[in-house]
Write a protein that binds this ligand. Structure first.
Ligand code: ATP
Ligand code: MG
Length: 332
């Protein structure tokens, strides 16, 4: 193989403020990769419209997302940040891949099942979401896709599609691998801990946003759903307390076993919750400080995504030209 840095590609939808799950399960890990890999962080606004969005909010949230990425430590001098809809090629490749994707596979995706259960009107974009995701990844021949546990199934599909294209035509795409951290991989809702914490959850008390101030964090953690027992433990039958312990361990970087041991003698939940809240306040403070300094600097944020687009568009063009040739399209 040629001597190149491995390519990492990932992104978060501009569907709202980033939350603790996005931070612990994603951004916090991403910023550790900046020097080791060629990192592309994009804002999947084309994915965001798979469920209804208010256009003005989507526009604001997109630029806001850039600010939040940077606040979470994604230094634009050391990585490429771009907006999906700015790049010609994502939807074009998605079309080609869709012609290789059996419909039944898409109906089996957990996210489609979850999101379609929550929405009254289901559009085909929601079903096709994993194909667009495959195009996002394959367009840049990404080697690694850092993601939370919730996206594992989608990345599997991306691998299958890459292999299918390679065998149907000829060797074209790198087969990407998911990169899933063990701790923090799945942060659950504070109100219904059997579901993951989600940006699009309408109950804001279920979610800690990275911009929540200390009072808000204390309030939300104090009101987090637990159970009628009192020991601090990780147990699948007690998802609330397990989630809080997992949050504590992810935020402090300790192993679950160590966390269990630390709180073994605690007889009630209140002091434990207080410690969880304190750790989160400390964790998010530098993120919030950075966010405050850049969030209103639209000129700066625009310049970051413009530079990002200039970096990746040539790569996308090259892949599309190659793919078009292989499937039998005439050169443009
Ligand atoms: P939405 O509700 O709009 O789907 P989301 O909260 O699921 O939003 P995404 O933008 O879909 O966030 O995901 C961004 C990244 O954050 C992905 O890598 C995803 O795996 C990760 N992620 C999302 N939710 C969690 C969570 N609760 N715990 C850990 N990681 C998460
Ligand atoms: Mg999601």
């Amino acid at each position: 193989m040629e001597d190149r840095k491995k390519v990492v590609l990932t992104g978060m939808q501009p569907t709202g403020l980033l939350h603790l799950g996005n931070f612990l399960g994603a951004a916090n890990n991403w910023q550790k990769m900046l020097d080791r890999y060629a990192c592309y962080f994009f804002i999947p606004n084309q994915h965001a419209i798979t469920v209804p969005q208010v256009p003005a909010n989507l526009r604001d949230a997109t630029l806001n997302c850039v600010a939040q990425y940077i606040a979470c430590g994604l230094d634009p001098e050391r990585c490429t940040i771009f907006v999906q809809s700015h790049i010609i090629g994502h939807t074009e490749l998605a079309w080609i891949l869709s012609c290789l994707t059996p419909l039944g596979l898409l109906y089996r995706m957990h996210q489609f099942k979850d999101k379609s259960a929550k929405n009254e009107n289901i559009y085909s974009g929601l079903l096709y979401y994993p194909i667009l995701m495959a195009a996002d990844i394959l367009l840049y021949n990404a080697d690694l896709v850092p993601t939370g546990e919730d996206q594992r199934q989608h990345v599997e599909l991306v691998r299958d599609l890459a292999e299918k294209f390679n065998t149907t035509y000829s060797e074209t795409f790198t087969i990407p691998a998911p990169l899933i951290e063990k701790t923090g991989a799945r942060i659950m809702s504070l109100k219904s801990p059997e579901h993951k914490m989600s940006k699009s959850d309408p109950d804001s008390n279920a979610t800690i946003y990275i911009t929540d101030d200390s009072k808000m964090i204390q309030k939300k953690i104090a009101a987090a759903v637990t159970d009628s027992e009192s020991s601090i433990s990780a147990d699948p039958t007690r998802p609330g307390i397990t989630n809080l312990l997992n949050i504590y361990c992810s935020a402090t970087g300790i192993a679950l076993a160590e966390g269990k041991e630390k709180f073994r003698t605690y007889a009630t939940y209140a002091p434990f919750k207080k410690e969880v809240a304190e750790v989160l306040i400390g964790l998010l403070e530098p993120v919030q400080e950075k966010y405050r300094t850049i969030k209103d600097d639209k000129k700066y944020l625009q310049s970051v995504i413009q530079r990002g687009a200039e970096t990746v568009q040539p790569i996308a063009n090259k892949t599309i030209a190659k793919v078009y040739r292989k499937v039998g399209f005439l050169d443009r």
